[in-house]
Design a protein around this ligand. Structure first.
Ligand SMILES: NC(=O)C1=CN([C@@H]2O[C@H](COP(=O)(O)OP(=O)(O)OC[C@H]3O[C@@H](n4cnc5c(N)ncnc54)[C@H](O)[C@@H]3O)[C@@H](O)[C@H]2O)C=CC1
Ligand SMILES: Nc1nc(O)c(N)c(N[C@@H]2O[C@H](COP(=O)(O)O)[C@@H](O)[C@H]2O)n1
Length: 254
């Protein structure tokens, strides 16, 4: 499916929040779509459409500006996503980000995924799958993945079981070594909640808010502690609003 043109007013609106060079790690954009009651899915393990076609196109425009797109294993298991870029500038080739999947225990089977089909048909890139050093890799899976240009990448995740931020330092350092200059992090909830409290690691925050309540069974985004934002601004579309902001280093109370 190809997407319609992006609303022209979104281009200047997003400009200051798109990747630039940052020292020693990739530029990090945290971006997702949520309901009015801060849910990103209606139920655990379920994919829920929140974005209007306008803001979906925006997401793909943002994908086109990043070297990589990262999600957790909970998201690939629930959504079986494509993680490619379906936004086209007329006359230009597609600019697909590299999918990065965090799957320390090796729970996801790449060969059965939609991502495999996407890579096989050159509609996107094969992923880099980040697993723990101690996790055994299935040789057939490895051969399928590597044959398409993807990789299993080992990291000592389990050494930092109680410190998601330490793991994020490792992840971003590894992406830097892999030549990734910018990464768009789409979720899911665990990752978003962790990163909302890591202002030193997140350069831009872009949230789409749709006019819906997903209810108490929904997958909630709510960081463990208070988080305040700076440089925030809003865009109003036909259905959704979009917030661009940056994370404040310290919570500022009134
Ligand atoms: N509306 C939206 O924009 C989006 C919605 N979603 C939804 O979110 C839900 C999935 O969210 P979750 O279940 O929270 O899963 P998740 O996608 O955040 O994955 C969590 C898992 O990833 C691994 N992981 C993540 N960070 C790690 C770290 N720093 N170190 C080691 N391992 C790490 C762990 O195995 C963890 O259990 C799905 O229902 C999906 O549809 C996902 C992305 C965007
Ligand atoms: N921007 C946005 N709006 C929604 O309504 C969503 N449910 C999501 N979900 C994210 O997009 C991924 C699906 O990507 P593909 O279309 O398959 O490429 C999904 O895995 C979530 O990360 N995003």
């Amino acid at each position: 499916m190809s997407l319609p043109e992006i609303p022209q007013s979104l281009i200047p609106f997003l400009q200051d929040y798109l990747p630039k060079d940052v020292p020693d790690r990739p530029f990090v954009t945290l971006t997702y779509a949520q309901s009015l009651d801060s849910r990103i899915a209606a139920r655990k393990g379920e994919q829920t459409k929140i974005s209007h076609i306008e803001t979906k196109t925006m997401t793909h425009y943002i994908r086109s500006k990043h070297d990589a797109i990262l999600v957790g294993v909970g998201t690939v298991l629930a959504d079986d996503p494509k993680l490619n870029c379906r936004f086209r500038v007329p006359g230009e080739a597609a600019s697909h980000p590299r999918p990065i999947i965090i799957d320390p225990h090796g729970k996801w089977t790449y060969s059965e995924s939609q991502l495999r089909q996407i890579a096989a048909t050159k509609q996107g890139k094969a992923p880099f799958i980040l697993i723990d050093n101690t996790t055994t890799i299935d040789l057939q899976e490895q051969s399928t993945l590597e044959g398409q240009g993807g990789e299993f990448v080992k990291l000592p995740f389990f050494d930092n079981k109680d410190s998601p931020v330490k793991n994020w330092d490792l992840i971003l350092q590894k992406l830097n070594e892999l030549g990734i200059g910018s990464v768009m992090i789409e979720g899911g909830a665990k990752i978003i909640n962790d990163l909302l409290t890591a202002p030193k690691l997140v350069d831009s925050l872009i949230i789409t808010i749709g006019p819906t309540f997903l209810g108490k069974e929904g997958v909630e985004v709510s960081p463990i502690s208070q988080v305040s934002l700076k440089e925030s601004k809003w865009w109003q579309g036909a259905q959704d609003v979009v917030l661009c902001a940056r994370l404040n280093l310290f919570y500022t109370s009134i």
